[in-house]
Ligand binder design. Structure first.
Ligand code: CMP
Length: 139
């Protein structure tokens, strides 16, 4: 079924001018970028977005990293988009990511892993609503 998922191109990737390269991987996979904007996240925005990880040891570092430079937030649309984008991103740790995936191609570390994608359809809707108004999504 056609789904929408939420994506973030992270600061390690925007810093290295990789927005277009990552978008090419996304579009070559058949997913469509139906909303996109470049933002400097505030600390409050980053903490709120990653609230589920608040108790994790890496939470503080993760927030610092996510506000260390611009991000590009996106809505991706396509068949089975949530799982499709997770496949295209590859494993969280780039050391475990498959050939040709965004994280294998571009990620620097488990933290600076170039891309975020929603882990379920339910979370996709929550994450999309966190950053986008319905009027900003043009399918
Ligand atoms: P993301 O898909 O954005 O969801 C949570 C993020 O936390 C993850 O990608 C990584 O960037 C980061 N992360 C996950 N595990 C670790 C870890 N062990 N150490 C540091 N960062 C991590």
């Amino acid at each position: 079924a056609t789904e929408r998922t939420f994506s973030i191109i992270k600061p390690d990737a925007t810093r290295r001018n990789l927005t277009g390269a990552i978008n090419a991987v996304i579009e070559n996979s058949g997913l469509r970028i139906v909303a996109q904007k470049r933002l400097q996240l505030t600390r409050a925005q980053a903490e709120g977005f990653y609230a589920v990880h608040r108790e994790r040891g890496f939470f503080g570092e993760l927030v610092e990293f996510m506000i260390s430079g611009p991000v590009v937030v996106q809505v991706l649309e396509g068949d089975n988009a949530v799982l499709a984008y997770r496949d295209i991103m590859g494993a969280t740790n780039p050391a475990n990511a498959a050939e040709g995936t965004i994280r294998k191609l571009f990620a620097e570390s488990i933290e600076a892993n170039s891309a975020h994608g929603s882990d379920s359809l339910e979370n996709a809707a929550i994450e999309i609503a966190y950053f986008f108004a319905q009027t900003e999504i043009v399918g």
